[in-house]
Design a protein around this ligand. Structure first.
Ligand code: 5RP
Length: 215
């Protein structure tokens, strides 16, 4: 089980210090939310912000592209620390090709599903993906409330993973807090994104520890 705090909810004026705090406390991965104002109704930051952390932290990057035409920008997010690049199924008319593109640049390939998108759209690419990100909020903003149907989606995906003997990691993103994290990890999630519940805490490091105690 790994914790991936989302820097979307960090204090950008103290990004380096806050990342240092979560790393010291034992967070495993940095979740990088990239929004373009088209695929989602918000603009966050681009590759330059992520790259400013290279070498300042040893943590791997988990890049979540909430953007249209992700193929055009993939290479910008490739660094020695980039572990996953995840694209949205809803933004990729040629998803199979995009997944091959991600792997071709030497990074693990992930695909994300919006809350209303069924698992069935991934049927023919399950063997191609390293990670499936189940959105438990509608993407675009931090600090939203967990959508309960995401739990059933995770349970069904875990069942499919077992039956098809697939190697992908299940990630969840949106509205995760100390109250609901155990439910999603019990259901099969292995990579937990937490934004506002980590960076909105009075003591960020202590909050990371509290999450890790529940893993
Ligand atoms: O992808 C995202 C929004 O589109 C964020 O990663 C997600 O919402 C995490 O923030 P929080 O934990 O505050 O919900």
């Amino acid at each position: 089980m790994r914790l991936a705090p989302s820097i979307l909810s960090s204090d950008f004026s103290r990004l380096g210090e806050e990342v240092e705090e979560i790393e010291k406390a034992g967070a495993h991965v940095i979740h990088v939310d990239v929004m373009d104002g088209h695929f989602v109704p918000n603009i966050s930051y681009g590759a330059a912000v992520m790259k400013s952390l290279c070498g300042k932290t040893a943590l791997p990057f988990d890049v979540h592209l909430m953007i249209e035409n992700p193929d055009q920008y993939l290479e910008d997010f490739v660094t020695d620390q980039t572990e996953y690049i995840t694209v949205h199924q809803e933004a990729c008319p040629h998803l199979h090709r995009t997944l091959q593109h991600i792997k071709g640049v030497g990074v693990k390939a992930g695909v994300a599903l919006n809350p209303a998108t069924p698992l069935s759209v991934l049927d023919y690419v399950l063997e191609e993906v390293d990670l499936i990100l189940i959105m438990s909020v509608n993407p675009g903003f931090g600090g939203q409330k967990f959508i309960p149907s995401a739990l059933r989606k995770v349970q069904e995906l875990e069942e499919i993973r077992r039956k098809r003997d697939c190697g992908f990691v299940i990630e969840i993103d949106g509205g995760i807090n100390l109250q609901n994290v155990k439910k999603v990890t019990d259901a099969g999630v292995q990579l937990v994104v937490a934004g506002s519940s980590v960076f909105g805490a009075e003591n960020i490091g202590r909050r990371v520890n509290e999450f890790l105690e529940l893993f």
